[in-house]
Design a protein around this ligand. Structure first.
Ligand code: ZN
Length: 272
C-alpha cells in the first residue's frame, strides 16, 4: 500500500498531529483546573454561609461613639445609611450594585477578606461606583476571631491587607470596621484593642432581619422588620447582607429603597 505522504508531507502531518494533541491536552488541563477552582470556591462559600447562618437572633444594636454620633446627628434631614455585610458574593453583590446604580445610591460594604480574595473584581467595581469599603473580618469564624483581642486585631489587619492589595491604598481608608455579630457580642477589651490599633467601629440601629434566622427569610418578614426598626428614627444605619445565601435581601432591595425614599430619607455613606 502506498503511504499517504512522503518525506516533507509526513513530517508536516506529524507536526500537525503533535500540535493538535498538545492543544487538546492543555485545553483539557485548563478545563480541569477551572472546574477544580470553581468547586473549591463553592465549598468555601458554603462554609462561610453555614457559619453565618448558624448565628441566630442577631440583636438590634447601637453601641459605641461612632454609631451614636451618627444616630444622634443634629442634621435635620432624615438620613439612611445602607450597609451590607459578609460580601462580596458572586450572585448577590452584582445585583445589589445594579440596583444601587439605578437609584444613584452609595452604600457601605463591610467586607469579608476571604470573599474579597475570591471575588476581587466585585471589590474593584464597588470602589469604581463610589461605594465605601470597610472591614468586617478576614475569616468570620467566630470562635477563631474572638479567641482574644489580639486574634481579632490580626484578623482585621489581614482583611485590610487583602482589600489594599485589590483596590490600592488610595481607594481605601481602612479605618472603619464592624464587629461580626455587633460590638455588644465582644468584651470591652476587644473594643479597646481595635481603638489602640487605630480602628473605629460602627454597629446599626435598624435592620431587615436577614440574619435573624438560619433559614432564608421571606420578603414580608424582612420588610416588616425594616418598618419596625426604622420607625420614628431620623438617622438609620441599616444592617443588610450581601452574602451568597441572602437572596431575598437582594430581591426586596428595590422596595426597601422605595420605602425609605417615601419616608423622606436621603442616603449617605458612614463617615470615617
Ligand atoms: Zn457578618
Amino acid at each position: 500500500m502506498k503511504p499517504l505522504f512522503k518525506g516533507k508531507g509526513q513530517i508536516l502531518l506529524l507536526i500537525i498531529i503533535i500540535n493538535v494533541v498538545t492543544f487538546c491536552l492543555f485545553y483539557n488541563l485548563g478545563v480541569y483546573h477551572r472546574m477544580k477552582n470553581n468547586y473549591i470556591k463553592k465549598i468555601e462559600i458554603k462554609k462561610l454561609n453555614k457559619e453565618a447562618e448558624s448565628r441566630k437572633n442577631i440583636q438590634l444594636v447601637n453601641n459605641g461613639d461612632e454609631t451614636n454620633a451618627i444616630i444622634n446627628n443634629k442634621d435635620q434631614r432624615k438620613i439612611a445609611y445602607l450597609t451590607f455585610d459578609d460580601g462580596p458574593s458572586p450572585n448577590n453583590t452584582p445585583k445589589i450594585l445594579d440596583i444601587l446604580k439605578i437609584n444613584n445610591i452609595k452604600a457601605t460594604f463591610f467586607i469579608i477578606g476571604k470573599n474579597a480574595e475570591m471575588n476581587p473584581e466585585l471589590l474593584k467595581r464597588e470602589v469604581k461606583e463610589g461605594h465605601e469599603l470597610a472591614i468586617h473580618s478576614y475569616c468570620h469564624i467566630i470562635n477563631i476571631i474572638y479567641k482574644s483581642p489580639d486574634a481579632y486585631v490580626n484578623d482585621i489587619k489581614r482583611c485590610f491587607d487583602i482589600i489594599v492589595s485589590i483596590v490600592g491604598k488610595n481607594s481605601f481608608n481602612g479605618k472603619l470596621i464592624r464587629f461580626p455579630d455587633g460590638s455588644f457580642s465582644v468584651s470591652k477589651q476587644f473594643r479597646n484593642a481595635i481603638a489602640k490599633a487605630g480602628y473605629i467601629y460602627v454597629d446599626w440601629n435598624a435592620l431587615v432581619g436577614d440574619a435573624e434566622k438560619p433559614t432564608m427569610m421571606p420578603d414580608n418578614y424582612l420588610f416588616d422588620r425594616l418598618k419596625t426598626t426604622t420607625h420614628n428614627k431620623s438617622h438609620v444605619i441599616i444592617l443588610l447582607h450581601d452574602a451568597a445565601s441572602k437572596k431575598t435581601t437582594t430581591e426586596i432591595l428595590p422596595e426597601v429603597i422605595s420605602y425609605l425614599k417615601e419616608k423622606g430619607y436621603t442616603f449617605d455613606l458612614i463617615p470615617e
